[in-house]
Design a protein around this ligand. Structure first.
Ligand code: IVH
Length: 695
C-alpha cells in the first residue's frame, strides 16, 4: 500500500476529491444497511473509522466539502443542507511553484506560449495567498443575490445567508458595476479571532478548531446563519467569475475597481514590472509572514494583461496565467527508526523512512519518503540518525538531511536491497534511470497487487465499493489473480457470500458494480493497463488517435519494427514520442501481458473513443502545423486544436486532414501537396476555428 493512500496529510487535492467521493458513498451505503435494512456489514468501530477519515480529509480541504458530506449530518435532524449552485464559470485552483526556478519556468512558459521575446514586458500582479476558503459572490443589478462555496469547482453550495453576515462583503454595488457580476475571493479568520473563538468553544464544552482555516470553514458551514454571524469572518476579493461587461484591460485595474466598489482587496498586493520584482516581494512578505494578523501560505502571481490571460486559458483545473509560489516547508527534527521498501505497480522500489512520530506544521508525521537509493546515499541517511523532515504544501513529507553531530557511533550506511523484498527477484537499475526496479513482473505479488488496485481505481475501471482492501483479500485467497478474473467473480459467488463481513446484499452490490463496468471507454481501458508513462493524458491521446482497441493493438504490434510506418505514426503523435513508445511496445510484447490483454478483450466490451466536441469541424481530424505561425505560437495553436477535439501530429501522411502551413513551410507542405491534402494558411485555419465557440 502506498503512503498516499494511508496518510491524509499526504493526499493531493485531486486525491482528496476522489477519497471524499468514495468515502461518502461507502458511508451512505453503511447508513442505509444499518438504518433501513437492519443489516450492518461492518462493526461500529470500523464505521467510526470511516467517518473519522472522512472528517480528517474534509478538515484538511475545507474547500472540498461535498453536498452529501456525511459529517454535516452528525447530530442533526436529517437535513437537505445547503442547496446546490452550478457555477456560471468554473472555480479554478492554482498550480504550485516551490522555488525560484519554478517561477522562472512559469515566466518562460508564458513567453513561449504567447510567442514573446525577452524584450517584451510581462507585468505580474503578486498577491498574498490567503489560507482560507474560496467563495463566489453574485450581484444582479448591483445587489448581492447569491454566494456559493467552491465545492468541486463546477458546483458549490448556496451559503448566501452566511456570507451576508460578513461585513467586508458589500450588499450593493455602485451603478457603474456590470448588471451581472461575480467576484471571487477568500473567506478567512484572523489568528487572534481564532484563538478567542477557541477559548469560547472550550469554555462552552465545544470542540476546538485545529487552525484558523478550519475555524473559518466550520463557521461558514453553519446551517443556521445566526451562528455564523457570531463568528468574526473576513473576505478578500481577488478574481472575477461571470460578468456582463468588461472590467478593464488588466487585473490590476480590476483590483482597483473592486476596491472602489467596496470590497477588501489585500493591501500587500503589488503590480510588478517583471518576475524579479515579484520574487523580491515574495521574500519581503515571507520574512514578515508571522507578523501578519492572518495566515498566508504563499504568494500568487498573475499575468496582468487580461487579453493574455484569455489566450493562455487553462490546463486541467488551473489557469496557465497564474501560479501559487508556496512558502518554504515547515521542518522538524526526529529519529529515523528504520527504512522500509515499498514495491510499486511498475516494480519501482521506494525507500520509506519510519520515524519517531512528530508534529510538523500542525500534523503528526510518522513516515516520510526517501525517494530512491541515490538520495539515501547522497544524503548519507542512516537508521538511528536524527533527521530533519519537512512538509511542503500537499507533498508527502520528506527527509531533508541527517544531523551528523547527532549520529550514533556504531551507525552504518544503508544497504539498498539487491533483491526484491516481496518476491526475491533481482533488482535492476536501467541506464539513465534513478529508480531501481524489481524484475519479477507479474510474478511479484506486490507488483501484481498494485496493478490490480490500479485497474479498479477511480480513473480506471472505477468499480464502486471495490477498493484496495477487497482486492488484497480476494487476491490472497486466490479468487482473483489477473484483472479479467474480476469479471469472473460471479463464478465464486458462494465462496464470497461465506466470507466474513459479506452478505447477499453486499455481494449483489459488488457483482452489480462489476457488471456495470463490463463496457469500458477505450481511454479508461488504456489507462487501467498501467503501462509505464501512460497516465490519463497519454491514454486519451492514444485513444483519440487510434479510435478502437483493435486499431491500437494492431498499431502497437506493427510498431515493433522501428522502420515501420506504424512506428513512425506512433512517435509522431504529439505528446507520445520514442520513450513512451518503447514502454508501450514492451508492454504489449511481454507474454504475460499479452495473455492478460487477450483475456480482457474477450471478456469486456471496449468502447471506441468518442470525440467530446462533436460539433467542432476539426473534432477527430488530424492536423499538422508547419512553417512559422504569426498569430500564435505552436504551443498555443496545438492546445487550441486539441481543446476542439483535433489530433495534432508532427508528420504528414495519408491520414492527415489539414496541414496548416505558414511562411517557410518546407518538405511537409510539399508532401501534403503531393498527397493532395487540404493545405490551409494560418488565416484560413483561424477562420475555420472562428466558426466554433471556444468558450
Ligand atoms: S486566484 C483563477 N488569488 O488558493 C483564480 N487564489 O490553491 C484562482 N487563494 O482556490 C484563484 N489567495 O481558494 C487566487 N490571491 C489569491 C488567493 C487564492 C488564496 C486560494 C483560492 C484558490 C486556492 C488555489
Amino acid at each position: 500500500m502506498t503512503i498516499e493512500v494511508k496518510d491524509v496529510d499526504s493526499l493531493t487535492e485531486d486525491e482528496a476529491v476522489q477519497a471524499l467521493a468514495a468515502l461518502a458513498a461507502e458511508i451512505a451505503r453503511h447508513d442505509q444497511l444499518y438504518h433501513q435494512q437492519d443489516e450492518p456489514e461492518i462493526s461500529d468501530a470500523d464505521y467510526d473509522a470511516l467517518r473519522q477519515r472522512y472528517a480528517a480529509i474534509e478538515d484538511r480541504f475545507p474547500d472540498l466539502v461535498r453536498q452529501d458530506s456525511p459529517s454535516g449530518k452528525v447530530g442533526s435532524a436529517p437535513s437537505s443542507g445547503f442547496s446546490k449552485v452550478a457555477h456560471a464559470r468554473p472555480m479554478l485552483s492554482l498550480s504550485n511553484a516551490f522555488d525560484d526556478d519554478d517561477v522562472t519556468e512559469f515566466g518562460a512558459r508564458i513567453r513561449r506560449f504567447l510567442g514573446l521575446d525577452e524584450s517584451d514586458t510581462v507585468e505580474i500582479v503578486a498577491e498574498p495567498k490567503i489560507d482560507g476558503l474560496s467563495a463566489s459572490l453574485r450581484y444582479e443589478n448591483g445587489v448581492f443575490t447569491l454566494g456559493a462555496t467552491r465545492g468541486d469547482g463546477a458546483t458549490g453550495e448556496d451559503i448566501s445567508a452566511n456570507l451576508r453576515t460578513i461585513s467586508d462583503i458589500p450588499e450593493t454595488l455602485p451603478p457603474e458595476a456590470p448588471t451581472t457580476f461575480e467576484v471571487r475571493g477568500e473567506v478567512y479568520m484572523s489568528r487572534d479571532d481564532f484563538f478567542t473563538l477557541n477559548e469560547r468553544q472550550k469554555s462552552a464544552g465545544n470542540k476546538e478548531f485545529a487552525n484558523p482555516r478550519n475555524a473559518a470553514a466550520g463557521s461558514l458551514r453553519q446551517l443556521d446563519a445566526s451562528i455564523t454571524a457570531t463568528r468574526p469572518l473576513h473576505f478578500f476579493a481577488y478574481s472575477i467569475g461571470e460578468s456582463s461587461a468588461v472590467t478593464g484591460d488588466t487585473h490590476w485595474e480590476f483590483l482597483s475597481l473592486l476596491d472602489r466598489w467596496g470590497f477588501s482587496v489585500n493591501p500587500l498586493s503589488r503590480l510588478c514590472a517583471n518576475s524579479a520584482e515579484a520574487l523580491a516581494l515574495y521574500r519581503e512578505i515571507a520574512a514578515g509572514r508571522s507578523t501578519l494578523p492572518y495566515d498566508i501560505d504563499g504568494i500568487v502571481y498573475k499575468i496582468n494583461r487580461l487579453d493574455w490571460q484569455a489566450r493562455l486559458g487553462m490546463v486541467s483545473r488551473a489557469p496557465r496565467w497564474a501560479i501559487a509560489h508556496k512558502f518554504a516547508a515547515e521542518q522538524a527534527e526526529t529519529v529515523l527508526h528504520g527504512i522500509s521498501i515499498q514495491v510499486g505497480r511498475t516494480g519501482a522500489l521506494t525507500p520509506v523512512a519510519e520515524l519517531e512520530p512528530i508534529t510538523v506544521g500542525g500534523v503528526v508525521v510518522s513516515r516520510a519518503t526517501l525517494h530512491n537509493a541515490d538520495e539515501i546515499e547522497r544524503k548519507d541517511v542512516r537508521v538511528g540518525d536524527t533527521v530533519v523532515i519537512q512538509r511542503a504544501g500537499d507533498v508527502i513529507p520528506q527527509v531533508v538531511r541527517a544531523i551528523s553531530e547527532k549520529r550514533l557511533e556504531d551507525s552504518v550506511p544503508f544497504q539498498f536491497p539487491t533483491h526484491c523484498p516481496e518476491c526475491g527477484s533481482l533488482v535492476l537499475q536501467e541506464d539513465g534511470e534513478v529508480v531501481r526496479r524489481c524484475t519479477g513482473g507479474l510474478i511479484c505479488p506486490a507488483q501484481s497487487l498494485e496493478r490490480l488496485k490500479h485497474f479498479v481505481s477511480r480513473n480506471a475501471f472505477d468499480i464502486e465499493g471495490f477498493g484496495g482492501k477487497h482486492i488484497e483479500a480476494f487476491r490472497n485467497d486466490g479468487l482473483i489473480e489477473t484483472p479479467a478474473d474480476i469479471f469472473r467473480l460471479a463464478n465464486h459467488a458462494d465462496d464470497i457470500a461465506k466470507r466474513e463481513g459479506w452478505g447477499q446484499q453486499s455481494l449483489d452490490n459488488l457483482l452489480g458494480a462489476i457488471e456495470a463496468r463490463r463496457a469500458v471507454p477505450l481511454d479508461r481501458f488504456i489507462y487501467a493497463l498501467g503501462v509505464r508513462q501512460v497516465g490519463q493524458s497519454n491514454a486519451r491521446l492514444l485513444a483519440r488517435h487510434y479510435g478502437t482497441y483493435e486499431g491500437l493493438a494492431l498499431a502497437i504490434s506493427e510498431s515493433t519494427d522501428p522502420e515501420s510506418e506504424a512506428y513512425a505514426t506512433l512517435i509522431a503523435i504529439d505528446g507520445i514520442g520514442p520513450s513512451v513508445a518503447t514502454d508501450l511496445i514492451a508492454f504489449f510484447s511481454e507474454s504475460h501481458n499479452r495473455t492478460v490483454l487477450e483475456d480482457l478483450s474477450e471478456i469486456l466490451e471496449i468502447e471506441p473513443f468518442i470525440q467530446e466536441e462533436s460539433d467542432s469541424p476539426i473534432a477527430g481530424r488530424t492536423v499538422v502545423f508547419t512553417g512559422t505561425l504569426e498569430k500564435m505560437t505552436r504551443g498555443e495553436a496545438k492546445a487550441r486544436a486539441e481543446t476542439l477535439g483535433a489530433k495534432v501530429s508532427g508528420s504528414v501522411s495519408k491520414k492527415t486532414d489539414y496541414v496548416v502551413a505558414g511562411p517557410g513551410a518546407g518538405s511537409k507542405a510539399k508532401k501534403a501537396a503531393e498527397l493532395g491534402l487540404t493545405i490551409l494558411s494560418e488565416e484560413e485555419w483561424l477562420d475555420m476555428l472562428g466558426k466554433v465557440s471556444t468558450a
